[in-house]
Design a protein around this ligand. Structure first.
Ligand SMILES: [Zn+2]
Ligand SMILES: [Zn+2]
Length: 274
């Protein structure tokens, strides 16, 4: 029996095989591969440029390309691809579509990001050649303050790291400050909520207001390894945490005493270093 496309009348031998009664051309025309809104909003922190996608804050790969990173991530999370299965049409995430080729190119234009999406793939396995499609999506940034920047500007900190050494020179202070700031940057790569909220110059050293306590401890052990600092820790009860079922809340103070600096002589940090 000869079969024909019910839309255009082409015969199966000529423009087949038929899929759901449609020839290859009509099936492709009626079943676009890409499914997406044409406009997407993405929330970006105006301080650190982190962006919120899939209910999670993400750090941009670098601050200059934050808008593009945010737009790309937002588009990838919204994009769906039509897949005709025995159970009917499904709209799937790109990782779940076999043989899909996808190119997502964001370009910033006048405060928004225009994203070119090129996709190549099949909606149904009986398609002789993959569909090639192009869509343009406009991503509008919505500027706000992220969870972590909110904590920082509210002065939130779990711990105070006190660095003390008699006759600590200005150079030594600078070196220690730089080292501890670098440590915070490293830890932040794993834990966005790791930060130094504030650094205060004190007589005899520095006070660092730090989040979380683990970061203060890591900094202290760095001072111990590098400068033989003596570490001690105290916890002060500051109240109850209602959010966590009345758990007692403590403010931790970590004291790092640098011995090499206190012995008079030059006060040069390098004398204490190993
Ligand atoms: Zn047809
Ligand atoms: Zn932020």
């Amino acid at each position: 029996m000869r079969r024909f496309c019910y839309r255009c009348g082409a015969s199966e031998t000529e423009k087949g095989p038929l899929i759901q009664g449609l020839c290859q051309t009509c099936f492709t025309r009626e079943n676009p591969l890409i499914s997406t809104p044409t406009e997407i909003q993405v929330t970006i922190c105006n301080k650190c440029k982190a962006y919120l996608v899939n209910n999670r804050w993400h750090e941009p790969s670098n601050v200059e390309s934050a808008l593009e990173d945010a737009a790309r991530a937002a588009v990838l999370s919204e994009l769906r691809f039509a897949q005709l299965t025995p159970a009917g049409m499904r709209y799937l995430h790109q990782q779940k579509v076999e043989g899909l080729k996808l190119r997502v190119e964001p370009k910033p234009i006048a405060g928004e990001i225009v994203v070119d999406v090129n996709a190549r793939g099949k909606v149904h396995e009986l398609q002789v050649s993959p569909q090639v499609e192009h869509v343009i999506i406009t991503v509008k940034p919505r500027w706000t303050t992220c969870d972590v920047c909110g904590l920082i500007s509210a002065g939130h900190h779990e711990a105070i790291l006190q660095v003390r050494g008699k006759e600590m020179s200005a150079g030594a202070r600078r070196e220690i400050k730089l080292m501890l700031e670098r440590c915070a940057v490293e830890v932040r790569k794993q834990d966005r909520a790791a930060f130094i909220a504030k650094i205060e110059e004190k007589r005899g050293g520095l006070d660092l207001y730090v989040n979380p306590t683990g970061l203060a401890r890591r900094m202290a052990s760095l001072l111990k390894d590098k400068f033989d600092a003596e570490i001690s820790e105290t916890a002060k009860l500051i109240g109850m945490d209602r959010d966590r079922g009345g758990k007692r809340k403590f403010k931790i103070s970590v004291l790092a005493r640098l011995p090499g600096l206190g012995r008079g002589s030059s006060g040069d940090l390098n004398n204490g270093a190993r």
